[in-house]
Design a protein around this ligand. Structure first.
Ligand SMILES: [Zn+2]
Length: 136
């Protein structure tokens, strides 16, 4: 497939897409929260790192990470085009994620990272084990 944008332009576009967050995955997670009576979450909470959800009372930050962007080793999207370019970007995201985790942990927060693919029905058990700490 021909790339109609040059690298800079594409990079801008993708950054824009990413900065808006993935509404679909967030909404899926909200549905899960509701079905398990999990309350107390906030979106767009003004804290460094921009977690997708924050439970201020519990000091828990939740990130929903796109498998492609954050380098999950699953079957979600591994395009061969521009492989090196994406790989570099992914590496940067992964390193950034680690830094953010550290910041929260050093302040006594818990960080929960949920992979996009774990929001699929077939992976629900995995998801539930990650968010079990929110159920009480
Ligand atoms: Zn995945």
């Amino acid at each position: 497939m021909a790339d109609v944008f040059n690298k800079e332009k594409r990079s801008d576009i993708m950054r824009h897409v990413r900065s808006k967050g993935n509404k679909t995955t967030e909404l899926k997670l909200i549905k899960v929260f509701k079905s398990f009576d999990i309350t107390g979450w906030r979106r767009n909470y003004p804290v460094i790192g921009h977690p997708d959800f924050v439970f201020p009372d519990k000091h828990i930050a939740i990130f929903v990470d796109g498998c492609f962007w954050h380098g999950h080793d699953c079957r979600n999207t591994r395009p061969e085009d521009n492989k090196e370019y994406w790989e570099k970007k992914r590496q940067r995201n992964i390193e950034h994620d680690i830094q953010i985790n550290k910041r929260f942990l050093s302040r006594g927060w818990t960080v929960i990272r949920i992979w996009e693919c774990e929001l699929q029905k077939k992976n629900q058990e995995k998801l539930l084990s990650k968010i079990a700490v929110l159920m009480n």
